[in-house]
Design a protein around this ligand. Sequence first.
Ligand code: GDP
Ligand code: MG
Length: 140
Amino acid sequence: MAIERTLVLVKPNGVERGLVGEVTARFERRGFVLKGLKLLRAAPELAEEHYEEHREKAFFGELVAFLTSGPIVAMVVEGVSAVQVARSMMGATDPVSAAPGTIRGDYALEIGENVVHGSDSVASAEREIALYFSASELLP
Ligand SMILES: Nc1nc2c(ncn2[C@@H]2O[C@H](COP(=O)(O)OP(=O)(O)O)[C@@H](O)[C@H]2O)c(=O)[nH]1
Ligand SMILES: [Mg+2]
């Protein structure tokens, strides 16, 4: 029963399509507590740092261009096994394979526009939360 924090992003297409409330509500209803929440426009440097593990991938340029193409919502959610549970609520990276009932499985079809991001480990979550939030922007 480890209490964890994870970073959730609603990507630009999710904000554009009016899915911020829907995504946020799913995490709240599941029992997670919001510890940070903001609307922002990610600078290219932030997006590149966030996705640095993918720097050598063919889709890296497209990925950074997409994440910076419009406002995003960043949130920190806290609760039991938050990293793993948030990922399972989002579904597979490729929405074509994402189960119905997951966010990607309900709201996306294209891998490059899969509506949400979730940290993939506790270490990634700590790193990513620090990229998007200063300590004073997070509740204790
Ligand atoms: N265009 C494109 N985007 C991809 C591809 N693979 C991954 N992505 C995007 O890059 C993001 C990061 O990839 P990854 O960390 O593997 O997936 P995630 O952790 O499930 O978001 C994904 O959410 C996708 O939006 C791909 O083959 N093509
Ligand atoms: Mg990832």
